[in-house]
Design a protein. Structure first.
Length: 116
């Protein structure tokens, strides 16, 4: 059962960047926590990674780490990811770390905008 899902897209025709990143977390029938990540160029097959964990805290830690990496996309690839779809938003927003991730992405975008 999926408890969290977030679809991110980075799209910039000038830089020839069209990326999609879908991350989902939930439990399987055996009680294991699954984090599934689908990513790649929009319009292409893409790649898929599945990570299996024993507890919910480990799944949250993996999801937060991956989202933090996506938040730095502006600095790495020149284009930020925009959230297109979010399900189960409250699953991660129970602590300070998600607000920190948002601050990182906003701060990096502001720096790049000033430099343009």
């Amino acid at each position: 059962m999926i408890v969290y899902s977030k679809l991110l897209e980075a799209d910039c025709p000038e830089l020839n960047i069209r990326r999609s990143y879908l991350i989902e977390a939930g439990q399987d029938l055996f009680g294991n926590w699954i984090v599934e990540i689908n990513y790649g160029r929009i319009g292409c097959k893409g790649r898929k990674k599945v990570i299996v964990m024993d507890c919910e805290e480990d799944a949250k830690r993996v999801v937060k780490k991956r989202l933090k990496k996506r938040a730095s996309a502006v600095k790495r690839i020149g284009v930020g990811y925009a959230a297109r779809l979010i399900y189960g938003k409250d699953w991660l927003n129970d602590d300070q770390s998600m607000r920190e991730i948002e601050k990182i992405s906003v701060g990096i975008a502001a720096k790049i905008t000033r430099n343009l």
